[in-house]
Design a protein around this ligand. Sequence first.
Ligand SMILES: O=C(O)[C@H]1O[C@H](OP(=O)(O)OP(=O)(O)OC[C@H]2O[C@@H](n3ccc(=O)[nH]c3=O)[C@H](O)[C@@H]2O)[C@H](O)[C@@H](O)[C@H]1O
Length: 432
Amino acid sequence: MKHIDNAPSTPGKFKIEKSPYNRLRLHSSLAKLTFWSLVFLGLIFVFFYRSPSSSSPLPSDPSRRSLSSSSYGGPNFEKRVRASAKIRSRNGISVLVTGAAGFVGTHVSAALKRRGDGVLGLDNFNDYYDPSLKRARQALLERTGVYIVEGDINDVSLLKKLFDIAPFTHVMHLAAQAGVRYAMENPSSYVHSNIAGLVSLLEVCKNANPQPAIVWASSSSVYGLNTKVPFSERDKTDQPASLYAATKKAGEEIAHTYNHIYGLSLTGLRFFTVYGPWGRPDMAYFFFTRDILKGKSIPIFEAANHGTVARDFTYIDDIVKGCLAALDTAEKSTGSGGKKKGPAQLRVFNLGNTSPVPVSDLVSILERLLKVKAKRLVMKLPRNGDVQFTHANISLAQRELGYKPTTDLQMGLKKFVRWYLSYYGNGKKSAQ
Ligand SMILES: O=C(O)[C@H]1O[C@H](OP(=O)(O)OP(=O)(O)OC[C@H]2O[C@@H](n3ccc(=O)[nH]c3=O)[C@H](O)[C@@H]2O)[C@H](O)[C@@H](O)[C@H]1O
């Protein structure tokens, strides 16, 4: 390094001297300079190629979120992937869970692991909301033996590599750009994750041998401006009210295509406003809790003419049961080598609670649980993609999956608040 420090900083500072001795010295200096420059460049090259991309915070630009698959590999990586994906129970399944550091992904991964299934997580740890919460979920899963590979669903070569190492029987696809209102701020992130990401995952699944069965997260938002309640899977879903909803609806159509052409077994689950411990800080119940504790006012939306805005809030444990039942009842894909060999299963289910609750009642329950009066700021429902109400008809899921939600909002929020206060230290530390 000393030689580099001593080297002239600009070529103009070189003085060409005429004597053979000086020429020799010059040649020798040039050789040394070239040698140490190469060593230096080599070190820079090694540093950039070997250092894990995770050491730097992920950029928020979704097109730059994908991590290079060249940074994955080696015997240690493969060993971890294999161990995590290994089935440890009779009749168990091996599941690739995308979005495993997310809210639903963490709970589903833990539940699968608990019953002896093989589980490998995949997550890009993006900064849509506080990544430290995702890291805490990751630590939780690691303790149960679930390894989360840090990578993006758009990284086809990484996905292929994972399928080469562990021939998954199932994929639980939960990685997505969530949030209804954020779609107006960052539309391209929805296209990147919910459309392009889904397609790259399905491309890899269709070529895998054997093809896995896929269960994935659609959304109640596909019902959009529907006014007929409760929402049934047979209802039309051609009036999405947000880009988020439109990308989830597009996902359902893309699923149809891959089922039709390649024989992939696909099950879409329309989740209805899922809440609970380890939840998402961008959701109303979560940031209402934070802001009530801080004494900040909370905006409560109401529809025209003081119309009630309501949601069919669904507790996470009920959703997990629905996800596991969907995996357990999924039939095998029928294709192989990218070719369809026969008709394959294609399903869509509502996973809701079937009892919509007005947002103002949600706030009242939180006030009681937190023992703090909320500063309510009632305002007109902004035109930002929100719909006035959601209400699931779950008879199909009941019949086919044995799905039966058991936790009402009162009980579910009690569990959430208990977790919130323990995680954020009785409100002293608070969610971002
Ligand atoms: O079922 C889904 O598929 C979606 O569920 C969730 O969306 P939503 O049902 O809109 O939940 P969430 O934002 O918690 O707002 C809850 C209520 O509070 C109202 N709300 C919201 C914000 C606010 O400031 N004030 C307010 O009254 C608001 O009008 C609404 O009535 C997921 O975020 C989404 O990713 C997707 O999975």
